[in-house]
Design a protein around this ligand. Structure first.
Ligand SMILES: NC(=O)c1ccc[n+]([C@@H]2O[C@H](COP(=O)([O-])OP(=O)(O)OC[C@H]3O[C@@H](n4cnc5c(N)ncnc54)[C@H](OP(=O)(O)O)[C@@H]3O)[C@@H](O)[C@H]2O)c1
Length: 276
């Protein structure tokens, strides 16, 4: 981020807090004002780059850090409170300020309606591994977002993991279905592997330990390797071996793929419904 760039973080819970820690660790923020009912998180108290405000009144009425004009307003409150919270920040709408939302399901159109015309808006969809700096975020901006603002938002989102940009906002529904909700599918797979291990005779605790370590280890192997998922799979599959026996079941016509197709389609459909 450019030297002297300033951020306003609205909502500093799980995601907002993880992002704030990421920005400070990576040096991507020179000044951050945080609006959060519970005050500043413990991890940033005493940091001279971070100050607290109790709400928009502090910013615009001579109280607290009044006169603060942020380059980016990061919106990290729950989607259900966005409609009541956002209009308070309308005075910040100007060409030099971009609103970056991480709220699930809130469309660019809904932000434009709440902020008024001309607001530069980036909508993004992160996922929970962002809390450990390993998130996957997909972002889309409206026509008012400049190239420099897009670069700035990219740097802010990159502080908590990988970032991809799309031009078509409707892709955020399948994105939500794959990467947004995806961590839950992986956790379910651990549960299912552990249950199946138990059914095959393992003590419950050992089955869970094996399933959890296997998924975490395989995930890390994939993270560190440039090899495709399919090639990593083939590398551990000897012809007529044990892995092959399991994959014959998982890759059968009624195996994992049609199940995953249905699951992802259901999540994408629900994402579209929630955005209505
Ligand atoms: N967690 C995820 O995995 C995840 C993944 C993708 C996207 N997101 C999105 O990230 C956003 C934040 O989620 P989260 O999990 O971080 O929720 P969270 O932990 O509840 O954080 C939201 C924070 O906003 C605060 N807040 C409430 N009203 C406020 C106001 N008027 N001004 C400023 N702050 C206010 C809340 O304080 P109180 O608790 O005191 O109300 C809370 O600390 C959501 O929009 C969600 O859709 C989350």
């Amino acid at each position: 981020m450019a030297e002297g760039g300033a951020l306003l973080l609205v909502g500093c819970g799980k995601m907002g807090g993880a992002m704030l820690d990421g920005w400070l660790a990576a040096g991507t923020a020179s000044r951050v004002v945080v609006v959060e009912p519970s005050g500043l998180p413990e991890s940033v108290r005493g940091n001279p780059a971070v100050s607290a405000a109790t709400g928009p009144a502090d910013l615009f009425s001579g109280v607290g850090p009044s006169g603060f004009v942020p380059d980016v307003v990061v919106l990290a409150v729950k989607p259900q409170v966005m409609d009541t919270v956002l209009p308070g920040y309308r005075p910040l709408v100007r060409p030099g300020t971009v609103f970056l939302s991480i709220a699930a399901g809130k469309t660019i159109g809904s932000f434009e309606a709440l902020l008024g015309g001309g607001a530069a808006v980036v909508r993004s969809m992160p996922n929970t591994p962002a809390a450990i700096g390993r998130g996957m975020t997909v972002a889309v901006g409206n026509a008012a977002v400049t190239e420099a603002q897009r670069t700035l938002c990219d740097a802010l989102l990159r502080a908590v993991g990988d970032v991809a940009w799309v031009e078509d906002e409707s892709l955020l529904d399948p994105v939500t279905a794959v990467s947004g909700s995806g961590p839950a599918y992986v956790f379910l797979m651990v549960e299912a592997m552990a249950k199946a291990g138990e059914a095959a005779g393992l003590p419950a605790e050992l089955a869970m330990r094996l399933a959890r370590a296997t998924v975490a280890g395989a995930g890390e192997l994939m993270h560190q390797s440039p090899t495709s998922a399919a090639d990593l799979r083939k590398a551990v599959t000897s012809p007529n071996g044990t892995t092959q026996a399991a994959l014959d079941v998982l890759m059968a016509g009624d195996g994992l793929q049609p199940l995953m197709d249905r699951a992802i389609a259901a999540a994408a459909r629900r994402s579209r419904e929630l955005a209505q």
